[in-house]
Design a protein around this ligand. Structure first.
Ligand code: K1U
Ligand code: ZN
Length: 169
């Protein structure tokens, strides 16, 4: 396993659309292992492959609390089959937009389909932080960041702040 570098805004690679994966093999599992290690180290609760510069439709997540046992999830070629009409606000963050947090409104519940770590097709319903995180990560696969859901002013301020942080580092 290896730690990978996380891309930071305004890196143009974060705006690209990721391609579907052909199948789940050992090479893809090695990528998912690297992504999980990178996400835990950050630390974060989710990571899309494009955030480490790999334009493939792959997501890792772990929503377990610190005191709980690790519960990694691997989502390959995820699709949203249904979204609730009800929406909920959640204060989101992103490892590619460090130290910026803001409220985004998204569907409260979604039904998703994906391939797991072993290539098995899974269909499940998500709600709460699982629904928020899966929608945030699936946005990454289409080149969309959570700040793209904010006003233009807030988005530009966020990118400016991240650039300033990078200069100071
Ligand atoms: O960059 C990412 O996509 C990961 C992002 C996921 C996310 C967070 C909040 C709402 C939606 C999606 C993060 O993990 S940001 C860091 C974070 O939320 C966190 C870090 C440590 C402990 C708990 C949370
Ligand atoms: Zn993100």
């Amino acid at each position: 396993m290896a730690l990978r570098e996380i891309l930071i805004v305004p890196d143009p690679r974060l705006k690209q659309k990721s391609a579907p994966v052909e199948g789940v093999d050992d090479e893809l599992r090695a990528l998912m292992d690297d992504m999980l290690e990178t996400m835990y180290a950050a630390p974060g609760i989710g990571l899309a492959a494009i955030q480490i510069g790999v334009p493939q439709r792959v997501i890792v997540m772990d929503l377990a609390r610190q005191e709980e046992e690790k519960a990694p999830r691997f989502l390959v070629n995820p699709q949203i089959l249904w979204t609730s009409e009800e929406t909920v606000p959640y204060e989101e963050g992103c490892l590619s937009v460090p130290e910026i947090f803001d409220e985004v409104e998204r569907p409260a519940r979604v039904r998703i389909r994906y391939l797991d770590y072993h290539g098995k097709a899974v269909e499940e319903d998500a709600e709460g932080i699982f629904a928020v995180c899966v929608q945030h990560e699936m946005d990454h696969l289409d080149g969309v960041l959570f700040i793209d859901h904010l006003s233009r002013l807030k988005r530009e301020q966020a990118v400016k702040k991240v650039k300033k942080q990078a200069k100071a580092a």
